[in-house]
Design a protein. Structure first.
Length: 103
Protein backbone atom coordinates (compact mmCIF):
# COMPACT_ATOMS: atom_id res chain seq x y z
CA UNK A 1 0.00 0.00 0.00
CA UNK A 2 1.31 3.46 -0.91
CA UNK A 3 1.49 6.14 1.77
CA UNK A 4 -0.27 9.18 0.23
CA UNK A 5 0.48 11.68 3.01
CA UNK A 6 4.22 11.59 2.42
CA UNK A 7 5.58 14.85 0.95
CA UNK A 8 7.61 14.31 -2.18
CA UNK A 9 8.40 17.97 -2.88
CA UNK A 10 8.47 20.94 -0.51
CA UNK A 11 5.88 23.69 -0.87
CA UNK A 12 8.73 26.18 -1.23
CA UNK A 13 9.92 24.38 -4.36
CA UNK A 14 6.50 24.79 -5.95
CA UNK A 15 6.20 28.44 -4.90
CA UNK A 16 9.67 29.25 -6.26
CA UNK A 17 8.92 27.40 -9.50
CA UNK A 18 5.63 29.27 -9.92
CA UNK A 19 7.34 32.64 -9.31
CA UNK A 20 10.07 31.76 -11.81
CA UNK A 21 7.47 30.72 -14.38
CA UNK A 22 5.56 34.01 -13.98
CA UNK A 23 8.83 35.96 -14.35
CA UNK A 24 9.58 34.12 -17.59
CA UNK A 25 6.08 34.66 -18.99
CA UNK A 26 5.89 38.36 -18.03
CA UNK A 27 9.38 38.90 -19.46
CA UNK A 28 8.21 37.58 -22.82
CA UNK A 29 5.01 39.62 -23.11
CA UNK A 30 4.49 41.62 -26.31
CA UNK A 31 3.38 44.96 -24.87
CA UNK A 32 2.62 46.40 -28.32
CA UNK A 33 0.13 43.58 -28.93
CA UNK A 34 -1.35 44.05 -25.45
CA UNK A 35 -1.83 47.77 -26.09
CA UNK A 36 -3.63 46.98 -29.38
CA UNK A 37 -5.95 44.56 -27.52
CA UNK A 38 -6.72 47.17 -24.85
CA UNK A 39 -7.41 49.84 -27.43
CA UNK A 40 -9.69 47.56 -29.48
CA UNK A 41 -11.60 46.15 -26.50
CA UNK A 42 -11.74 49.13 -24.13
CA UNK A 43 -10.45 52.17 -26.02
CA UNK A 44 -7.60 52.46 -23.50
CA UNK A 45 -3.91 53.21 -23.82
CA UNK A 46 -1.31 52.07 -21.32
CA UNK A 47 0.96 54.45 -19.50
CA UNK A 48 4.59 53.59 -18.75
CA UNK A 49 4.23 52.52 -15.14
CA UNK A 50 2.72 49.03 -15.28
CA UNK A 51 3.29 46.92 -12.19
CA UNK A 52 2.99 43.14 -12.03
CA UNK A 53 0.93 42.20 -8.98
CA UNK A 54 0.54 38.41 -9.05
CA UNK A 55 0.16 35.44 -11.32
CA UNK A 56 -1.34 31.99 -11.04
CA UNK A 57 -2.33 28.98 -13.04
CA UNK A 58 -6.07 28.70 -13.66
CA UNK A 59 -8.57 26.99 -15.93
CA UNK A 60 -10.81 28.90 -18.34
CA UNK A 61 -13.10 27.25 -20.87
CA UNK A 62 -11.49 23.86 -20.19
CA UNK A 63 -8.01 25.23 -20.95
CA UNK A 64 -5.10 25.76 -18.60
CA UNK A 65 -4.22 29.45 -18.56
CA UNK A 66 -1.84 31.81 -16.78
CA UNK A 67 -3.75 34.63 -15.09
CA UNK A 68 -1.43 37.58 -14.59
CA UNK A 69 -2.68 40.63 -12.73
CA UNK A 70 -1.12 44.01 -13.37
CA UNK A 71 -1.77 47.42 -11.96
CA UNK A 72 -1.75 50.01 -14.73
CA UNK A 73 -2.38 53.73 -14.91
CA UNK A 74 -4.73 55.17 -17.51
CA UNK A 75 -5.59 58.71 -18.54
CA UNK A 76 -9.12 59.72 -17.57
CA UNK A 77 -10.55 62.93 -18.98
CA UNK A 78 -13.77 64.35 -17.54
CA UNK A 79 -15.61 67.17 -19.28
CA UNK A 80 -17.98 68.99 -16.94
CA UNK A 81 -20.35 71.70 -18.09
CA UNK A 82 -20.75 75.00 -16.22
CA UNK A 83 -23.99 73.62 -14.81
CA UNK A 84 -21.95 70.88 -13.08
CA UNK A 85 -23.23 68.05 -15.25
CA UNK A 86 -21.02 65.55 -17.04
CA UNK A 87 -20.53 66.40 -20.71
CA UNK A 88 -18.20 63.52 -21.56
CA UNK A 89 -15.89 60.91 -20.07
CA UNK A 90 -12.94 59.69 -22.10
CA UNK A 91 -10.54 57.04 -20.80
CA UNK A 92 -7.16 56.26 -22.29
CA UNK A 93 -7.55 58.17 -25.54
CA UNK A 94 -7.08 61.75 -26.65
CA UNK A 95 -10.24 63.73 -26.07
CA UNK A 96 -11.80 66.30 -28.37
CA UNK A 97 -10.80 68.92 -25.79
CA UNK A 98 -7.12 68.32 -26.62
CA UNK A 99 -7.50 70.52 -29.70
CA UNK A 100 -9.48 73.21 -27.88
CA UNK A 101 -7.78 76.37 -26.66
CA UNK A 102 -7.17 76.53 -22.91
CA UNK A 103 -9.29 78.98 -20.95
Amino acid sequence: MVETDRKLVSEDAFKKGERDLMDIVTGGLDWDAIEILLKEKYGLSLQDDIEFKEGRLTVKEDRIAYQMDFQARIVLSLMIGRDGRCVDVVAGAASAADDSPEI
